[in-house]
Write a protein that binds this ligand. Sequence first.
Ligand code: ATP
Length: 363
Amino acid sequence: MFMVAKKVKCPKCGNIIKIEGNPGEKITIVCPKCSTKGVYIFPKKDDTTRDIKEEIEKNIEYVIQVRGLSKTYNSVKAVQDVSFNVKKGEIFGFLGPNGAGKTTTIKSILGLIHIDGGYISINGYDITKYSKKAKKYIGYLPEKVAFYDNLTAYQNLCFYADIKNVSRDACKPLLQEFGLIEAMNKKVGTFSKGMKQRLGMARAILGNPAILILDEPSNGLDPRGVALVRRKILQMKEDGTTVFISSHILSEIQEICDRVAIINKGVIVAEDSVENLGAKLKLKPRMIIELEEISEDIVETIRRMPGVEHIDVLDKRKLEVICNSEIKAKVILAIEENKGKILNLQTKEPTLEEVFLRLTEGG
Ligand code: ATP
């Protein structure tokens, strides 16, 4: 059995008393300050679980830890045995097709739904045991932002500043930053989807949270809004914030995320940097070759070469070739042998979209 150390508060004088005992043990405590007597029973715990939890709690280089998360709605297994870690200061992308379990995972991390199994910690705090403490670190943008429609943008933001114990002085600069200063005295009920999303971002970063959880932050935003949010995310990372972001816009995730996890049908199918995922899946780089003129001979010769996976004529001058790295030089030689003149050559690494499509096939 493991001895468990615990601090208890004397109900009479408020003195904090340190006690030790075994799970299930009943002990009598006498307060050394006011001599009040009491009884404490150490909760029974499964030793293995306790062991794992202690190891996780110590390891707080991981700001978010999810271990064996499972959640079923009636008979629908929304997430099954989901595990991943988010490191301090990184931007972590969470991707998956519709209905894959992203929002369920996010709601579980935030302690908003009852989970069937697993363990989640935020900065080392078990979300089920220390929900209040854990949530203090988090700024959250939900998938569907909601505000008090009959309050103005400024009043709404002040309301949340009060809840978060943040000075109301922070509200106007945020409204300015998200392009809402002119609309700050308008009721949110009159706002467009994009304006509500911008206000949602402002609310999420009120008080400079250490962890930012964003569920589809680009929802309803115009390109200027998307760029604004992206710039803000990168700036927050510079300032040390850890960002967890779920999105369908794969190019955006590829540009800003340090690592990604891909979830499909409730199961994590990959967790790594985009580059490493591409390498693991043996995805081949694409060559875009610009020629003075494309001839049938060139296309057919390349098509027949062993190691060439795909060739496509993009336009009058451009060819796309996907092949093993080792035969790239042979492809170029074949073009020259067939009297082709190369004007430009670009190699593109596998995109997150290719990785995503490969890992969620049939999803
Ligand atoms: P999307 O990208 O479409 O928002 P998602 O990856 O966020 O999807 P979830 O919303 O987590 O997916 O849903 C995962 C599964 O759980 C789906 O099959 C969904 O229908 C189901 N589900 C989610 N919430 C509930 C609920 N409250 N009651 C019943 N089933 C639910």
